[in-house]
Design a protein. Sequence first.
Lengths: 397, 81
Amino acid sequence: MPSEFRLPALGADMDEGTIVEWHVEAGSRVKRGDVVAIVETDKGAIDVEIFEDGVVREIVVQPGTRVPVGTVLALLDTGGSPPAAETTAAGRGEAHTPSLAPAGEGAGGVHEVGLVPPPASSRVRISPAARKHARELGVEVESLHGTGPGGAVTLEDVEGAAKGASSPPPSPAEAGEGGGMRAAIAAAMSRSKREIPHYYLSTAVDVTATTEWLAVHNASVPVTGRLLFAALLVKALALTCRDNPGFSGYHRDGRYEESAAVHVGVAVALRGGGLVAPAIMDTADKPLAQLMDEFRALVSRARAGRLRASELAAPTIILTSLGEATVDAVFPIIQPPQVAIVGAGAVAARPWVVDGQVVPRQVLTLSLGADHRVTDGRLGAQFLAKLAQRLVDPGSL
Amino acid sequence: MNRDDLAKRILDLLTEIAPDVEASSVIPGIDFRDQFDFDSMDTLNFAIALHRELGVEVPETDYSQLASLDKCVGYLESRVT
């Protein structure tokens, strides 16, 4: 019996998607993690990966078709024993997986992600898929009236224009700042504030030694090998999560499950408004240089609107670094079903007491928003202290 | 390369690393950061692109001289052959 490849959900409010393009056909051999299709959702175009090895037996849903989440898109011969394959496929299609999906399988389980992929551009908001389709149909995207999130031009708009039909004007809700993305963020944050009993902690850290280490490192490597302070934070956070249970995982169906792998999501603000928080997979296991390369690529793809389904579904904890905006501290809101989020303010020169003397030091305020259903302030305080210790010892990263 | 060509080249690189920025909207005298939230990741990508395309390696300590289009042209003029 073949395994079923279904349309994964990327958020509680995502219920449909349109297949834009298949990268495979019947007979194609696929490996777990391969991007097999581009799917346009009401939140933008997403690369969807397959989560099993095998050979494509049949493409069930053809490009241009809009289908609900959970629909079987393709059938796959996995070569596994039939009952196992069947169980796996069925389990992944359910809205509630009984246990955490292993690393790399985030796209299969229905994880809730409220921060959503962006439209591709701030001038004409259009997904790469819709842009491609417009080119094929000879439609001028600049002349289109987008009806998608934030006035984004959707596949339907392109097709409507090609048929000579004018797109209807956007509804007031859709035309608002950020459009569908704003609505998705609002839904996720409202749910978070309604359901999660947050507690907040913060601590100021003297990171002078770290900034000096970074300056020396970056002066000694080629420009492509330079690290950002944020990369050190991401790694320090991942290692802290690994050693301190209770902060990296999911709270679902009334109970908390620690994730075996730490996937730190990085909040990326989009210039057109809104934000996304895709994950750097298996963050704790990666050397800094590799982590930095992936971080850089991830931010670029986030801004170009080419994220993968698994990256959006995977974060086990999020880092929001508003340092660039020069705020001192962040009081971050947890992204359900996660149970913690870490914020970083600006690294800036501040008066600091060293050996009884007030001296200027580079200081950063770290903050933690955590879920009281899972941990208490004492554990949270230990967590933040461990994170700070890691951060001021860059050699340990 | 004359000043105008250099400015055009820099704009091309800028919009390559920040595809959500429109070249025609860039005001030469205003810092990128104030115009379109250029952050440290953008600056690093910009430095990498300058190295790759123009062969100029900009040390971190000179990043402030890449802050606007005018500053970039001034800084790179003597360094690009």
